[in-house]
Design a protein around this ligand. Structure first.
Ligand SMILES: [Zn+2]
Length: 318
């Protein structure tokens, strides 16, 4: 009998476990008062079928490795690195929400905060739900939120790959990033008060999440509307020329932060989190008192027009 049980248990290890539903928790998402609340499910495991879409298949990697000769040193190293990444992803990323087709994945320790980010993603895309289709997991895109109590950016497996992609443009390790080489974005969840004094970016709980998802929206909108890129670049050039915007934190001029994509993401922050003046920069040589959706039409009408075209007029803070 014991042998049979053991056999069943081994079989489960290799096959049936994938088919067992992970524990789930029903949640209600409220994208907007006018919209029907969407019911979504927090799953305490990234489903195997989704892992296979988003990440490399470990069995396949191992098969590839076995086929290689000792002299293929470089290839062996890169496959071993891919296996390491794959294992970390399946161990550290423990929560998943299907946000109307967008994959939102959370690390250990994220808890119910994942629901807040799910709401933010729905809210930000509610004016143009077609954005959700461009960021659908079928296209390989996923958004990771991590608990800063358990992780730092550097500990996330994707960072190693993204760092190579960013090259010398990285002069500090950001709390969040998007790397479309891997078709993903990452941001920290808000944290308890103790972290507030330690790091400026935690001051506003979800500002990094909103900023990074803003980058993801930019990526999607460019595909939906081919004129978007031209309009955004024109607004950016105009703002630079008139001295409306300067990037914050003494970023070196023409660094990776000084470009239309960052301008857009900061515009999104201004739209939703305008009261957070430290992130918004300078207007006409003076620190912006409140760059937000009320003051934007006067300060930067071109950017306002674009934001207003794609973003809903709601308060997003959970
Ligand atoms: Zn950015």
């Amino acid at each position: 009998m014991r042998n049979i049980l053991c056999l069943i248990c081994l079989l489960c290890l290799f096959t049936a476990c994938d088919r067992i539903e992970s524990p789930t928790q029903q949640i209600l998402l409220h994208p907007h008062e006018a919209e029907e609340p969407l019911t979504h499910t927090v799953q305490f495991q990234v489903p195997k079928w989704l892992q296979d879409i988003l990440w490399e298949n470990e069995e396949q990697l191992i098969q590839d490795l076995v086929r290689l000769e000792l002299r293929d040193r470089e290839e062996i190293d890169s496959i071993i690195e891919a296996i390491r990444t794959r294992r970390e992803q399946s161990e550290d990323y423990t929560v998943f929400v299907d946000v109307d087709g967008m994959a939102l994945i959370g690390t250990r320790g994220i808890g119910t905060r994942i629901e807040e980010m799910a709401n933010i993603m729905l809210t930000m895309t509610q004016k143009h739900p077609s954005i959700r289709k461009e960021l659908h997991y079928d296209k390989g895109f996923y958004f990771v939120i991590y608990s800063p109590v358990f992780f730092t950016t550097e500990q996330l497996p994707e960072w190693r790959e993204a760092k190579k992609g960013f090259g010398n443009n990285i002069y500090l390790i950001p709390p969040g990033f998007c790397y479309f080489g891997l078709n993903m974005c990452v941001a920290p969840s808000k944290v308890s008060d103790y972290a507030v004094n330690k790091a400026w970016w935690f001051k506003n709980s979800w500002e990094v999440g909103i900023h990074e998802f803003g980058h993801a929206m930019d990526y999607a909108i460019r595909k939906i509307d081919p004129s978007f890129e031209t309009k955004l670049t024109a607004a950016y050039e105009n703002a630079k020329e008139k001295g409306l915007w300067t990037y914050h934190l003494n970023a070196p001029p023409d660094s990776f932060r000084d470009n239309p994509k960052e301008y857009w993401a900061l515009g999104i922050e201004a739209w939703f989190l305008g009261k957070n003046e430290t992130r918004i920069g300078w207007v006409n040589g003076e620190r912006s008192p409140a760059m937000n959706k009320v003051t934007l039409p006067e300060i930067d009408p071109l950017l306002y027009e674009l934001l207003n075209e794609w973003l809903p007029y709601v308060d997003i803070e959970p």
